[in-house]
Design a protein around this ligand. Sequence first.
Ligand code: IMP
Length: 429
Amino acid sequence: MGNVTVIGSQWGDEGKGKIVDWLSNQADIVARFQGGNNAGHTIVVNKKKIALSLLPSGIIRQKKSVIGNGVVVNPQALLDEIRSLKKVGINVSNKDLVISENASIIFSFHKNIDSIREKLKGPNKIGTTGRGIGPAYEDKVGRRAIRLGDLRNKENLKNKIKNILAYHNTILLGLGAKTIDEKEIMIEIESYRLEILKFVQRINPIFFKAKLSGQKILFEGAQGILLDVDHGTYPFVTSSNTLPSSASTGTGISIKQLGFILGIVKAYTTRVGSGPFPSELKNNIGTKLGKIGNEFGTVTGRQRRCGWFDSIIVKHSLEISGADGIALTKMDVLDNFEEIKICVGYKLKGKKIDYFPNLDFEQNNLQPIYEKHKGWMENTQGAKSWSELPALAIKYVRRVEELIGVPVVMLSTSPKREDTIVVKNPFIS
Ligand code: IMP
């Protein structure tokens, strides 16, 4: 029995929520390690839908949930999530939830800066979630961020606020935008300071103890590998590393404790926001995929762009992640397509290539090369074993495995937890 690290292997929204929920039932600790409240998935608790963005999903199964130092935390948004859980009968105490004292804070001004930047970029905008994620990470690597543990020492905090505002106000002034008032930030902080501090502590001892006692940890990645700030479709990416190794930097656990690396892969492709997407279908087939797959963002409600499965980007993601297996999700969305295509390569300036290039001027000019598959035209929704799947659907799965070079260990056939075919439990590897 080991740990499991879950990562999205496309542009996010691969259906990680359901798989993480399935796995969290078997974990002792569930930890988030990167991203912030730009992530999101909807869960149903006591027949009520709740959108979680920041809380590790283990929280609804009363598992110890940890928000690591690699996460950028908006305390107001987090407390709102905790309140919304309370409304459906789930009380989150500081025994259930622990937030790393060295996680950086997202302030309301980070959100404003995010939106000012996007407006300035006009048609070249990234299409961010507008949650202030990028500006908060910039402050972190710029060594001026305020961390959650800083809220304990008011004198020190005041100096840090002066320092961070000196930087931002200079830029805002230059842009002719409204500057940030120190007093307003202090009021903002006071509105949550004591409440959030209840959850803030050193997280290293939790993981150290877990290792000694053999507790199982589920590391819950957010976004997807193609949104990784180094390895994704830069600059149309998020501001964190989404690779599994971020679970180490983002929590302080040893790289040797990542355990089974599970890539989550959707049976077709989607993305929200701007940026290259070689197999995108800007036609009625793309619209049909979006409709059947209910492809609307949990966080922003934006319509997702849809396209055929791109084996090249997934292979790229899985290779750089060192994935041990994948969970293939949303197979049932393809049930009603007479013909299904898979992208197996690209043409770049008339030349065939079988890899995903790193640079935007190349990524923007890729023409997908497709292979065609006959659709199974039968219902696979709710299938719980391979024997319930049509032969053509199994053929599709086998071809996906062959192209990406990683086995399917879980197959999800509906949003429901129980509709999952488990070939191999990643916790028992
Ligand atoms: P940011 O993370 O809000 O800065 O947004 C940067 C890019 O990442 C945008 O294209 C977003 O749409 C995308 N993004 C961020 N979080 C998610 C996610 O959880 N799912 C899918 N796309 C995301």
